[in-house]
Write a protein that binds this ligand. Structure first.
Ligand code: TXA
Ligand code: MG
Length: 325
């Protein structure tokens, strides 16, 4: 190990779950693997630690964060469940579903986590993150572990590339299986408001609850960063629903057939050779990063179906393509 610093990337094992939990208890930030994307975690009850999340990401505003829990019982320490939300948690947790719930008055969640609102976003992740939360025995606030506005990381190396040594530890559990952030839902007045499409689809929500799934109203006060027009932005510009490839462009392909001029592409990545939307979702962010690093000025994206998780894929692509501020 001549002259080489010890890497902050460590494997997901019991020893490192304990180490991660100790660092979190000291107010440090730890990047944790979940099934959706890697999260930048802090003790949700420690204001200084939570503030460091915003500082580290360069997040422009104090937007509210998701509290990650080990189970429904841990969530009940600080959030109030209605019947519909409880049924959703029972059906989809652990998994890529975040519920917006009223915050208990007595809650120890730091107000920076909720941006001072009386609601809190909660989810029980799958994967090694759950082991770390169990070990820590308390909720962890965690946004995606990337610089604000950039592509969300689905590997430990992508976290390191985005945040460098600003985190105490990055726990590596391989590529994320879902690859897109969680679905965010609020149950209200007999309906489900879909604040962000994600790994759990609108169809799944409807068939479990028999409620209608509606988009948020413009008047909904919450400014979600994942809902800002420009987000997940690569350096290259994006050309969506492309019908042809021009010189100088990279190609983000989907399915077995190529659009015209595909041979001109500077670099090509195929989200799924077999048009499998789940596979495409899990590849989206890492392939966008690879094409971005090819140095192409523009990334042409082949059309992708909008059914099922295709809605979330197209949502993220639209934001990546939105004009930058
Ligand atoms: O899959 C995920 O959800 C990942 C992993 C790490 O769990 N996390 C993630 O966090 O995507 P972040 O911070 O990038 O997105 C959290 C979203 C934001 O759009 C935020 O505005 C919204 O959750 N949010 C948090 N609290 C809220 C609340 N009380 N009401 C409405 N939206 C809220
Ligand atoms: Mg994010």
């Amino acid at each position: 190990m001549f002259g080489r610093e010890k890497s902050i990337i460590v494997p997901a094992n019991a020893k490192n779950a304990t180490k991660a939990s100790e660092l979190l208890a000291q107010g440090e930030l730890v990047a944790i693997p979940t099934e959706t994307v890697y999260g930048l975690a802090a003790d949700a009850c420690n204001g200084k630690a939570v503030a460091r999340i915003f500082q580290t990401k360069g997040r422009p505003q104090f937007n509210p964060l998701i509290c990650h829990v080990a189970n429904i019982t841990m969530a009940e320490r600080f959030a109030l469940f209605d019947d519909v939300s409880r049924a959703l948690a029972k059906a989809f947790w652990p998994g890529p579903l975040t519920l917006i719930l009223p915050l208990r008055l007595s809650s120890e969640i730091h107000p920076l986590v909720t941006a001072g609102q009386n609601t809190v976003a909660v989810r029980q992740p799958r994967g090694f993150a759950a082991d770390i939360i169990k070990e820590f025995d308390g909720p962890l606030a965690a946004p995606s572990a990337n610089m604000s506005g950039k592509i969300s990381p689905t590997t430990a190396d992508a976290v390191l590339a985005s945040l460098g040594e600003k985190v105490a530890m990055i726990v590596d559990d391989g590529p994320c299986s879902v690859g897109l952030e969680s679905t965010i839902v609020r149950a209200t007045k007999g309906r489900l408001v879909l604040l962000r499409p994600g790994g759990v689809t609108a169809q799944q929500l409807r068939s479990l609850t028999h409620l209608s799934v509606v988009p948020p109203k413009q008047s909904d006060s919450i400014q979600a960063p994942g809902m800002l027009a420009s987000h997940y932005a690569p350096n290259a510009t994006m050309k969506l629903d492309a019908t042809s490839v021009q010189y100088g462009e990279a190609l983000l392909a989907f399915g077995p057939d190529r659009i015209a001029g595909a041979e001109k592409a500077v670099a090509v990545q195929n989200l799924s050779e077999t048009s499998n939307l789940l596979e495409a979702a899990s590849n989206l962010f890492s392939m966008m990063s690879i094409l971005d690093r090819s140095g192409a000025a523009r990334i042409a994206v082949e059309p992708i179906e909008t059914s099922g998780i295709g809605a979330a894929i197209n949502d993220r692509l639209l934001r990546a393509a939105a004009p930058r501020k």
